[in-house]
Design a protein around this ligand. Structure first.
Ligand SMILES: [Zn+2]
Length: 248
């Protein structure tokens, strides 16, 4: 498509230049004003071509040949997700920034399941927004130091499935980026965030059910007390990881 645009963009330029060079294009000699207008038009066409060359359409990495256990950056494979990486800000229950910058890294098998789930959400006019993905074990230690309570933070010695690259904290947004009402904010610790709390407005229950059922169909299981947290099946068996992504 990009190539076609270039060809389409090129032809008027050549027609204009051709007409400028070959006077037989016109019945009478061109006036200065006509020449000036033609040159301006040609310059504009050339600028359009140059801009297109400088910003080609985004290309994505292929999952082909990558081992399921490899850690990758989700945004390199799709631009169909939204992100609000809360631990790279102070807008989280710790009230501290524990990531240098916000990125969503996870294992290839988790990426495959997320891409499939997001495709299903898109058919319903929604898409996944991430709050957290893979979390280096060193960050788990940082969080544990701030809140040393297993009710809110997994013990870093044991590790969380986030440390293993198999858990994601997510919500749903419309294709325009507007959040669907899930009843509480991310990391709200209380009964209102429980999956088995049915004492909520119907709209919230429907939104949560769409999230849970679709994720379940694509290989993720949920925990009873956090509507935003999803684990990929079998991911608890993977080793804890501790690499940090680059922040440029
Ligand atoms: Zn989580």
């Amino acid at each position: 498509m990009h190539k076609q645009n270039l060809i389409r963009g090129t032809s008027p330029l050549f027609i204009i230049l051709f007409c400028l060079l070959i006077s037989s294009c016109k019945d009478k000699p061109s006036s200065d004003a006509e020449n000036k207008a033609a040159i301006e038009e040609a310059t504009e066409a050339l600028e359009t071509i140059l801009v297109k060359k400088e910003s080609p359409e985004k290309t994505f990495r292929s999952l082909k040949g990558l081992a399921d256990s490899t850690f990758v950056r989700l945004a390199d494979f799709s631009d169909g997700f939204a992100y609000d990486m809360r631990y790279a800000t102070t807008n989280n229950f710790l009230k501290e920034q524990v990531y240098e910058c916000g990125e969503c890294y996870t294992r290839v098998k988790t990426v495959k399941a997320l891409l499939a789930a997001n495709k299903a959400f898109k058919e319903k006019g929604a898409k996944i927004k991430f709050y957290d993905c893979y979390r280096p074990n060193s960050v788990q230690y940082k969080m544990w130091k701030i809140v040393p309570n297993p009710q809110y933070v997994a013990n870093p010695k044991k590790g969380s499935i986030h440390n293993k690259g198999g858990a994601v904290d997510i919500t749903l947004v419309t294709l325009d980026g507007e959040e669907l009402d899930m009843g509480t904010d991310f990391d709200f610790f209380g009964k209102r965030a429980y999956h088995d709390n049915l004492d909520l407005p119907k709209e919230i229950l429907v939104n949560r059910m769409l999230l849970k059922e679709t994720m379940k169909k694509h290989g993720f299981w949920s925990t009873r007390t956090e509507w935003w947290h999803y684990n990929l099946q079998g991911a608890h068996k993977d080793p804890i990881a501790n690499f940090n992504w680059d922040c440029e």
